[in-house]
Every structure is written in structure tokens, then in C-alpha cells.
Design a protein around this ligand. Sequence first.
Ligand code: ATP
Length: 357
Amino acid sequence: MAGQTAGFGASSVEARGLTRRFGGNTVLAAVDVTIPASSFFCLLGPSGCGKTTLLRIIAGLDVPDEGTLRIGGIDHTRTPAHRRPTNLVFQSGALFPHMNVAENIGFGLRTQRNMPKSVVRRRVAEMLELVAMEGYGDRSPATLSGGQRQRVAIARSLVRRPDVLLLDEPLSALDLSLQLRMRRELRTWQQETGTTFLCVTHNQAEAMELADQIAVLNAGVIEQVGSGRELYEAPRNRFVADFIGENNIFDGPVGDSVDGVAFPDVDGDGLEAFAVRPEDLRFVALDDVTSRGTGVVRTASFTGKSLRVGVTTVTGRELLAELAPSQGDFVPGQKVGIAFAAADVRRLGRPVRDQVQ
Ligand code: ATP
């Protein structure tokens, strides 16, 4: 759907079989992903999984060894960066130090031939308003805070009205409270322009807050694509369960289920695995569990909203329980029985990455 601000574009991005190798190292292994037009899409994965490489291929700063890339339905696999309907915002958001804020934002427009000065001025003013920096046009970048500089960097990319705005870890250089505020702002700018935003991040909370859809990347392979809620509630495999939120992951089968209550079985061979959310774990009387369902409290902390209790099981596994404060106090060294409702068990498949090797 088009945004509320007129004149902005939006395109879908379709990667098919994108493969990139550096030396003998396969950094992207036949990546298939479809990013819908006008969506906020996040590529999420740990350091070194290939996120930036994929973003650079979409931006036209790198070329895949195999596969195709379509933007807005047009094959752009080998189109030079400056001829693509994309624009990339770098992590540092480096601005030209000798230009003021307005000149920085207008820079990309002034290099476009035949753009009347009045149009440049209007578009720059529109951008200053969008990123809530009216009145800052004459300021030098050196006088801005980190968050303000990043706002200007994003405005400088958006002013060219790309169909797809590419963002590489755009908030990682900011302190946490500013990150939280700017997540909401980024989301608002995407909605107001209707432009497709594709953001690379290793921060799952950030991806969950920003994105309509998230692709979880693991060593060059996409493990799962879905909304934050889908990934949280139905992780397809152990990698996704581990990366999204704070799952307790058990190797081996679920133990006996009595009246809908289950207990962890002995850790098995890893062929079967399941996950239980910290908020779904509960502690029961020791009499109610067999020895394999017991653990020892290691840490207990009160966060205001909840009680977070770390437990080590008899098999040496570290678990985390998030309990309502009304559940009482737990002290390190205390023995507890561990249980969960059978309905809260999420069975996990093998990561896709393990299957392609
Ligand atoms: P980070 O979050 O740390 O930036 P990332 O997921 O963005 O990680 P990439 O930057 O895409 O990861 O890098 C993926 C792998 O490819 C890394 O092992 C990296 O060392 C390697 N790599 C990236 N670019 C090159 C290059 N030009 N030459 C050789 N190896 C490269």
C-alpha cells in the first residue's frame, strides 16, 4: 500500500538461488527470499552469517556467483549500484563534515541533472520534517548528537525516493534508550513513506519490533521467514528457537506426560529436540517428579515484572524460568522439580544449514 506522503516508491525484492563464495568459503548458499513491496523486512542472524553480503548484493555493491535478483519484477542481478532503485544507509551514517545538514540531505539530489533548486529545497524541507529535524538545516554535522546524525543519514537516503531503502545495522552505534526510541521512529518513517525497508540486524528484539517479516539467516542459509510472532510461537528448528527469545532447549524426547504435565527426559542424542519458553516453565514439589526432572537453583533475580530463576538440571543443562513475582522466593542451592504443560512444548526440526552440508 502506498504511504501517506506522496511521491515515494516501493518495490518488491526477490532473490533466487543467490550464492556468494569468497575463496573456498560459501558465504551465501542458494538463498531464496521474497521481500514484499512496502514491507518492513529484517534480515536477522549472528555475526558472520552473511547478512551484509546479501544486503551488498541487493545494493549492487557486490555480484553473486550464482542466482538472480529481481527488484520490482526486473532483473537487476548485474545492474550497477547507481542505476538501481535502492539506497543504502551505512551503520555509521557518515555525513559530509564540511556541509550543513540541509546540504547533506540535498547532496544526492543535486547530483541528479535537471532537478530545479526549488524542488531540491522542497524535498529537503519535507525530509527534515519527516525525521523531526526542522530548524536544523543550517547546523554542521559536528554539532549533532549520534541519534540526530543517524536521522540525517536516513533522510539523505530517503530524499532520493528509492523503491527500497537498505539499512545496515542502522541503530547499533546508538545507546540503548536512543535505540528504543529510534526503532519506533524508523517504523513510522516506513509507514509514512510506504517505501520498502530492508534492515540488517543481529538484534532479535530490534527485528521483532521493526519488522513485518523477519528472515533468520544461519551461515549463509535462511532457516525461517515469518512475522516476529510466528518465529516466536512456532520456531521451526533449534537454531530459530535459540536465536528468537530465550528458549530452554532440550535434546531428546519429552518425558512422560501425566495429566497434561510433562517433564524433561534425559538429554538424548540430539535427533529429537524441543523447546519450552521461560514463561512456560514451572517449579513443582520434588515428590511430583522423577530424579531426571529435578534441578538446583543457581540464580534468582527480581526484575519488577517477573522473577527470573536460573536452574541447572541433573544432566547439567542451564534453564531459565520467568515466573510471576507472586510465585514466591527462590534461593540459590534450592532443589526444585521442573515441569511444563505438554501443550507448551514446541518440537524442533533440524536446522536447514545442517541438511545442506
Ligand atoms: P556482521 O554482523 O559481523 O557484520 P554479517 O552477517 O553481516 O556479519 P558478512 O559481513 O556478510 O556477515 O560476512 C560473512 C562472511 O563472509 C564472513 O565470514 C566474512 O569474513 C566473509 N566475507 C565478507 N566479505 C568478504 C570479502 N570481501 N572477502 C572475503 N571474505 C569476506
